[in-house]
Ligand binder design. Structure first.
Ligand SMILES: NC(=O)c1ccc[n+]([C@@H]2O[C@H](COP(=O)([O-])OP(=O)(O)OC[C@H]3O[C@@H](n4cnc5c(N)ncnc54)[C@H](OP(=O)(O)O)[C@@H]3O)[C@@H](O)[C@H]2O)c1
Length: 207
């Protein structure tokens, strides 16, 4: 599949690398193309790089992995995503990481879906630390972590479940996109355990 990465940092870089190794065509993007040239070249013939709008045009699947404060502008700069799958990896953290900036009656995923009305939005990959996605394996002994996801389009969710499996996580569909209201706090809990409780980032959830 053709996958466009908007936000080629810790998460986007790791996911792009895994996808490239699995034979997908990847376009990394950045507001500064030169910053990600080496990242794309390291993957080889399956990867190229460009601006966010170029990655969105190129892709069947768009991965959004930017800080919450930039998510809406990054999505708008990508242009129309009609007919595409949009995987929302963001965590809507407050700028000081003390909690979530949205939640309860809505979620980052639902707010972003309003800005991309033609896209099938799936929330995924946000409860797993980037450090784990960057490592050679997602296994903890003989156990792999759960890759929680939710969305309203069952065909899009099937595609994302396959990508989750390919990443080495066990996909678990938790329901409609509005259930991101429950999945996003799970990621906040992981961030708190990892940093405030000093457990580090080599931790993950298993259902
Ligand atoms: N780090 C983790 O362990 C982890 C795990 C799961 C989910 N998440 C979530 O995933 C998201 C990304 O986290 P990260 O750690 O990968 O962040 P990061 O390493 O800081 O990377 C963010 C990327 O977003 C790009 N970006 C920022 N503003 C942009 C804009 N307006 N338009 C286009 N691109 C923009 C930046 O590229 P340029 O500046 O070059 O454009 C940068 O490469 C966050 O929402 C985070 O909460 C993080």
């Amino acid at each position: 599949m053709k996958i466009g990465i908007i936000g080629s940092g810790n998460v986007g870089g790791a996911l792009g690398k895994i996808r490239g190794k699995n034979g997908h065509e990847i376009m990394f993007s950045s507001r500064n193309r030169e910053k990600i040239k080496t990242m794309a070249e390291a993957i080889g013939k399956n990867a190229c790089y460009g601006l966010p709008a170029e990655a969105a045009r190129f892709a069947d699947i768009v991965v959004l992995a930017v800080p919450w404060g930039q998510a809406k502008s990054a999505l708008l700069s990508a242009g129309p995503l009609n007919g595409k799958i949009l995987i929302d990896c963001t965590n809507p953290l407050k700028p000081d990481y003390s909690g979530l900036a949205v939640g309860g009656t809505t979620s980052a995923a639902e707010e972003l879906a309003k800005l991309a009305p033609g896209a099938s939005v799936v929330k995924a990959f946000h409860t797993t630390f980037a450090a784990l996605m960057q490592s050679d394996s997602r296994m903890f002994g003989s156990t792999n972590p759960t890759g929680f996801y939710c969305g309203d389009d069952s065909a899009a969710k099937k595609v994302v479940a396959d990508l989750i499996k390919e990443t080495g996580l066990e996909p678990l569909d938790v329901g409609p996109l509005s259930y991101a209201r429950y999945l996003e706090p799970m990621a906040m809990l992981m961030i708190s355990l990892g940093f405030a409780q000093k457990m580090g980032t080599n931790i993950a959830l298993k259902f």
